[in-house]
Write a protein that binds this ligand. Sequence first.
Ligand code: DMJ
Length: 540
Amino acid sequence: MIRKRLVFTGILLAIAIIFFKPTRNSQPGYLSPFGNLDRTKLDFSADIDKQSAIRAAFKHAWDAYRRDAWGFDDYHPLKRGGTNLVSSGGIGYTIVDALDTLHIMGLDTEFTQARDWVATELTFDRDGKFNAFEVTIRVLGGLLSAYHLSKDEIFLQKAVDLAERLLPIFSTQSGIPLSFINLKERQALADSDNQGFSSTAEAATLQLEFKYLSYLTEDYVYWNAAEKVMDVIRNGALTSGLVPIFIRPSDGQFITSDIRFGSRGDSYYEYLLKQYLQTNQAEQQYREMYDHAMTTMHHDLVRRTPKSNMLFIAELSPKFKREEQKFDWKLVPKQDHLVCFLGGSLLLGVTEGQGPFPPEWDTLSNTEKRDWITGEELIKTCVETYNTATGLGPEIAHFKMPGDPDADSVDWYIKGLDRENPSLTSFDARYILRPETVESLFLAWRLTGNQTYRDQGWKIFQAIEKYTKVEGGGYTSILNVNDTNTQREDKMETFFLSETLKYLYLLFSDSALLSLDKYVFNTEAHPLPRFDPPTRRFNH
Ligand code: DMJ
């Protein structure tokens, strides 16, 4: 009898488990975006024709730079000349930033010429004020990536020389770096335009580069300096996990200032995830900081337009309330082009670069499903902002909120444009060859195999060809994405070569090339290999 009862209870329990499985997957709310996906039909191989077209565009830019501005930091295709960041001479801004793209695209002759320039001409003994973050992500990151891909020692030697010259930025009371460095004098300088405060994103976007350099050299002075910054930020961070865009180097305290995923905020969040990935998911604290920030972001910054339910990431701006003698946060429904890195980053955060691609929906937690949906929707929004007269996206998009005039007929707009007079332009209306949307399309393609992402990237590439290409060589920024006769700004940003064209090329490559489970891309698209964290870190 007892045995029978036990069997009966067992059956009841089994039924209960089957039907009321209390798993994280059974929670409602996030429907699979993959529909009836037939995984056997996914094809992650290269599209050779599209890759050739993008390589030809790169050649069009590179050959012109070589002809007109070889060795200069910046290139101006219209006047066919170059300029340097400081008057005492160049630091290889364009050449070094482009080295790994040359290597990846198989432009061997050009790579060798660039390599020889680095070996014989490049010097960092330049007297002048350089932005430490920009030099780190473009030049140090470029050298490290070139070294990894080619194994040519010259790149590592130059990287060490540069990092040694950058190190004084960390010698502050708190360890939070100053913004500028005189590379010749090895003297760090505070940002006098911003009361000596440092940008949070700039302080926290040096870590992949400095840590990889330590890994290569086994000299942990770089690692420890970069990691100290993260310790200070973690201790001083707001309980929300989001961070204001300014921080004070003297005491490591955040300054009451804007909170955003755009300028001065963006790559802080990007590097939280990537630091965790770089050391093969060993440093859990960065995953936790990232997850915390994403949860608060969903609550405080993710908003939708009334008309089409279009998702965007708003900003928070502090406003002083005189009556209460305290700051309050005002929501600003604006999104920098820079924010568009986040769509792909959210997808990367869910998969951590590991297959299957796309992920099996039912194996994801609710938080992962939330991040995935937001990532895909944000990419959709970013692509939608390219729905302009030129097919290119503006520097800044503003979104309609409930109660705004025209909110039922307009989702987003560019501020400062005069419809009657399209030749009048605004800061927000420019497209300066930025990469973030194609960066996200590349990640989304790799992590899903959804052809739509390739199609969208191709359309953007065609718009770049049509409206930014200079007949005689090179590409420029344009001043108004909504004017097909737009004026141009005579500058070809170095990130066009290092990021925009590289991500477009990789969007059409076989996904085994620089596989996402083996690499992290620094914020300037320089691929760095993942590695196991060294055990002997504090040995100096
Ligand atoms: C790049 O230099 C980097 O991606 C940086 O993190 C942000 N801005 C530019 C490109 O837009």
